[in-house]
Design a protein. Sequence first.
Length: 123
Amino acid sequence: MSTESFTAETAAEPETDLPTVIGEFVDAINAGSADGVRRCFTEKAVVNDGGREIRGREAIARWADEEFFQAAGTIRPSRVQPISQLGGDQVVTAHLHGTHRSGMSTLLVTATPAAIAVLQLRR
């Protein structure tokens, strides 16, 4: 096996492609875009962040601002797995980094192709 093509950059690439809406959420968080985060969720979406529930698109945008944007937070997915063959639910393993949190986390996501309905963050 040649090591010439292996770099730290390629090692950090996700093992699996993210479903579109989850990828858009990650991109919005990493870009610090509250509007981008808002667009990724259904109107009545729920985020459960370590037992704390955030309900509704506007509250979720505020949560993203407090927990990620103000903390220079980023999400680097390393793996995604569907929970069932029927689609909708995904388990994303990711490194969350920022002043409020840092380390590997599991994100459980229930989504349609268009929007996230439920996001659970487990550390």
